[in-house]
Design a protein around this ligand. Structure first.
Ligand code: GCU
Length: 419
């Protein structure tokens, strides 16, 4: 652990140097009662008056049609996210070859399923000293008479099937649990290894290089490549899901790979569905700290700079915000899920900041002929906004999307059939 901490600190400092950063602003603390505890006062939560425009192009023209969106505005937004926020997938990202390692019939929630353990080996002929083997377990109901829809789920790996997995199988779905750490380690020290390290031939990142969120999303896309070849899978109805840091990764996956039909974004917070332009709970300065910067593009570090060759920057200088990341998913069904602080889905996540981002993303869904949430006021806990392709539900449980699956599955069935 200590070795990882030291190597992470070195990498973090190196990146700061590359960017001309002298000092980063420390992030607020998530610990109750700490002297630098994060703000939770609503009156101070919105220090930035405006969000970057969703439907206005960089040349100032208004986006008036779906064609303008697909051909002009969407690529502009995606480019800004790649350059400044999540980083770029490099042109030499490896090919991945999938192999089934084990196959057995087991039961999930009393239903017979075929469980296959797969390994996706990245082509490392360009740099053989780094090996990347993506681990995925694909579970499909034995009794299915036709190809089934499948949720790709970012999971910590191991353990018994989650609430979501059991409900998916009961509803006739399959799932593929994907182990993010087999794609890219969850720390800064690991950036010279994993798929990011492989494409950099063991060297450190440069500012526009991808971070772990984008690398995990890339891995999910390679999982989908495999699913597209599997006759048991309805590849037109493959979704992506994750909670917390993997909720962020699920949103990034959906935003950048339009083959994914649906997303369940669980408790994603800062760096996920929550607006950066908020002063409530976790902040940009936490994402730029040594504990989290590896999730982001190298360039993202600039927005936490207090003193640098370019002066200083903060959340208000990020050229895009979370509403635009959500809008990149439009018009595909996008479900934003949270729990409640009383049960452990901390205030730190800023549930309201995500609701605000979803509201601000609605015009993109509407422009593309989809329906938004139909509301701009944040609803009470347990009130579902599931009439449209952009959906919201804050359940009364903790830091999990478990209680929302029973709403998500029928909503998805309805929405993906509309396509
Ligand atoms: C921390 C972090 C969050 C993150 C969460 C998690 O709380 O601040 O941004 O989502 O860990 O992934 O568990």
């Amino acid at each position: 652990m200590e070795a990882i901490r030291v190597a992470t600190a070195e990498d973090h400092q190196d990146l700061g140097k590359q960017l001309g950063i002298v000092a980063l602003r420390p992030g607020p603390s998530g610990r109750a009662g700490a002297p630098n505890e994060a703000n939770y006062d609503k009156a101070e939560a919105n220090p930035f008056p405006n969000l970057p425009p969703l439907l206005r192009m960089e040349n100032g023209k208004t986006v008036k049609s779906a064609k303008d969106w697909w051909q002009k505005r969407r690529p502009e937004i995606a480019e800004l996210f790649e350059k400044e926020v999540v980083g770029r997938v490099p042109p030499n990202a490896p090919r991945v070859t999938w192999t089934v390692r084990e196959s057995e019939t087991i039961q999930v929630g009393g239903v017979d399923v075929l469980s296959r353990k797969l390994v996706g080996k990245a082509d490392n002929s360009g740099y053989p000293s780094i090996d990347v083997e993506i681990r995925m377990t694909l579970v499909t109901p034995v009794a299915a008479a036709k190809p089934v829809p499948v949720m790709v789920m970012f999971t910590f790996g191991g353990g018994s099937p989650s609430e979501g997995m059991r409900q998916l199988v009961a509803a006739g779905w399959g799932y593929a649990s994907l182990t993010p750490s087999s794609i890219q380690e969850d720390n800064g020290a690991g950036l010279t290894r994993g798929v990011i390290g492989l494409t950099n031939r063991g060297a450190r990142r440069e500012p526009e290089d991808w971070g772990a969120l984008r690398a995990w999303a890339w891995g999910a896309s390679r999982a989908l490549d495999y699913l597209e070849t599997d006759k048991k899978v309805d590849a037109k109805r493959v979704g992506i899901e994750g909670v917390s840091r993997y909720g962020k990764a699920a949103l990034v996956t959906m935003a950048f790979d339009t083959r994914f039909a649906v997303v369940l974004v669980g408790s994603s917070g800062e760096g996920g569905a929550k607006l950066h332009r908020r002063n409530f709970g976790e902040a940009v300065e936490n994402l730029t700290s040594s504990g989290e910067y590896h999730w982001m593009a190298g360039n993202f570090l600039k927005f936490g700079a207090e003193q640098a060759s370019f002066g200083s920057k903060n959340a208000g200088d990020i050229p895009v915000d979370a509403h635009q990341l959500i809008a990149l998913c439009a018009p595909r069904p996008t479900f934003i899920s949270y729990g409640i602080p009383e049960k452990g889905d901390a205030k730190w996540l800023d549930q309201r900041g995500s609701f605000m981002a979803a509201v601000a993303a609605q015009p993109a869904f509407q422009l593309l002929g989809a329906k938004g949430m139909g509301m701009t006021e944040m609803p009470e806990v347990n009130v579902s906004l599931l009439d449209g392709q952009l959906a919201w539900r804050q359940h009364d449980g903790g830091h999990t999307d478990g209680p929302n699956w029973k709403y998500f599955i029928p909503w998805t069935d309805r929405m993906t059939k509309l396509r």
